[in-house]
Design a protein around this ligand. Structure first.
Ligand SMILES: [Zn+2]
Length: 436
């Protein structure tokens, strides 16, 4: 957007995701990264005019739970239970360096941008390297430094202090929003939860954490602390607004009501939960959470438990999994799933006034899908949302803007020379994959 203060996209099929969920044929005009007008025919001329006929224009996806640097580790911990999976991951975590974290993050972020994701919520350590990957590619990063009990961490130094330092280094960055990420009840004692919350409140940043992902985690917490995880966290005075809990597979009706009442958002990660059999036939109670008034967003989780980072694929799976599990084809209809990947995700991140929809005042985080791509042909206003959720392939993602800056053009990253980056990624993977 340095070269063109104002840009107009003309003649697109626009899925606005605005409050009225308008789907229309028309134009969108943005200036200095902010959308000014969306409508059937905008008269004003822009500095850059783009013919967008033949494209579907939609807000970029917000992936609300990832460990993006693990893109380097895909395929190394498949077909095993959660505890064995964690053992493998912790052994590798201990060996990771900032160089391979940045290489992994570049890989993961690239996969996200090329599949229409313009922002993501991450949980890891070494997040400075992930932040640099965001700068190098142009994606928006909500980056949570993992905090856990100091006596069990593989991080150098004290995790809470590492998080504090990370937040102070990146707090005023345009596209990187640092935050506090707590690993989960199995890695954090009460003092760790409360100090994490204190830091987040002092710095006015989000809190992100794993919650009730597996049955074993819930049972162990009941055994050790006499309460299921959400009730225990509530008894500590931890639960509250500006928090995104990942998974929420094992929740009782009382816990659903509690999370809704406390304003905790839940990030649903169906691929990861199904692959690790975390639900054992069950699934995050998205319908009940929504009915109780909780915000539910969608997420891929990590490349080691998914093993991709495409929100298009995640939307498809989420819709199908809920229909199958509940014996109800009307469960999680396409418009709800698209909301979870866009405007509800923005709400979870505390950004519902400028992200997740195409409307005046919102950031120009936009994706153009090629309507001649076989997975999108034929698309009309009537089936546009269905095609996005059920049939769109990553190959349909043609052009992506973040804050008005073109970061993907003709299915290629704009800011990164991919051919030059591949050897770095291969080299970083070399040492790590041997240890798997
Ligand atoms: Zn996770």
């Amino acid at each position: 957007m340095v070269d063109h203060p104002s840009t107009a996209l003309r003649g697109a099929l626009i899925v606005t995701q605005d409050d009225a969920r308008r789907v229309l044929r028309g134009d969108l005009l943005f200036r200095n990264g902010t959308i000014e007008q969306v409508g059937p025919a905008i008269k004003e001329k822009a500095d850059l005019e783009i013919d967008a006929r033949g494209y579907l224009l939609a807000p970029g996806f917000l992936n609300t739970h990832a460990h993006v640097a693990n893109a380097l580790l895909k395929g190394i911990a498949d077909d095993r239970g959660f505890m064995q999976f964690l053992d493998t991951m912790f052994a590798i975590d201990a060996k990771r360096t900032e160089v391979d974290i940045e290489a992994g993050a570049l890989l993961g972020v690239s996969e996200m941008l090329l599949s229409g994701t313009t922002g993501f919520l991450d949980m890891y350590y070494g997040e400075d390297a992930v932040a640099r990957a965001c700068e190098r590619t142009g994606i928006r990063g909500f980056l949570g430094w993992t905090v856990l009990d100091p006596e069990i961490t593989t991080q150098k130094g004290i995790p809470l202090e590492n998080a504090r330092g990370f937040i102070s280094r990146w707090k005023h960055h345009a596209r990187v929003s640092p935050l506090v990420a707590l690993q989960g009840v199995y890695a954090c004692k009460d003092e760790t939860w409360l100090k994490g919350k204190e830091l987040a409140e002092k710095e006015k940043v989000l809190l992100h954490y794993h919650l009730s992902e597996t049955r074993g985690e819930v049972q162990e917490n009941e055994k050790q602390r006499g309460k299921r995880p959400p009730e225990w966290l509530d008894s500590l005075g931890f639960l509250g607004r500006h928090q995104v809990a990942a998974h929420g597979v094992w929740l009782t009706n009382r816990e659903i009501e509690l999370l809704a009442r406390k304003g905790v958002a839940v990030a649903h990660c169906p691929s990861s939960n199904m692959k690790l059999a975390s639900g054992g036939g069950g699934i995050c109670p998205v319908t009940e959470l929504r009915a109780a008034g909780a915000t539910v967003s969608l997420a891929t989780d990590s490349s080691t438990s998914n093993n991709g980072l495409s929100m298009l694929r995640e939307m498809h799976l989420a819709a199908l999994a809920h229909k199958q599990q509940r014996h109800d084809p009307e469960s999680l209809p396409a418009p709800v799933v698209l909301d979870m990947a866009t405007r509800d995700a923005a709400h979870a991140l505390g950004r519902d006034r400028d992200l997740g929809a195409l409307a005046p005042g919102f950031q120009a985080d936009l994706v153009l899908y090629d309507l001649s791509h076989p997975s999108m042909l034929p698309t009309r206003p009537e089936n546009a949302i269905s095609n996005l959720v059920y049939s769109a392939g990553d190959g349909a993602v043609h052009t992506v803007f973040v804050h008005g800056e073109k970061v993907v053009e003709d299915r290629r990253l704009v800011k990164l020379d991919w051919a030059k980056v591949v050897p770095d990624i291969e080299r970083a993977a070399e040492g790590l994959l041997k240890t798997g």
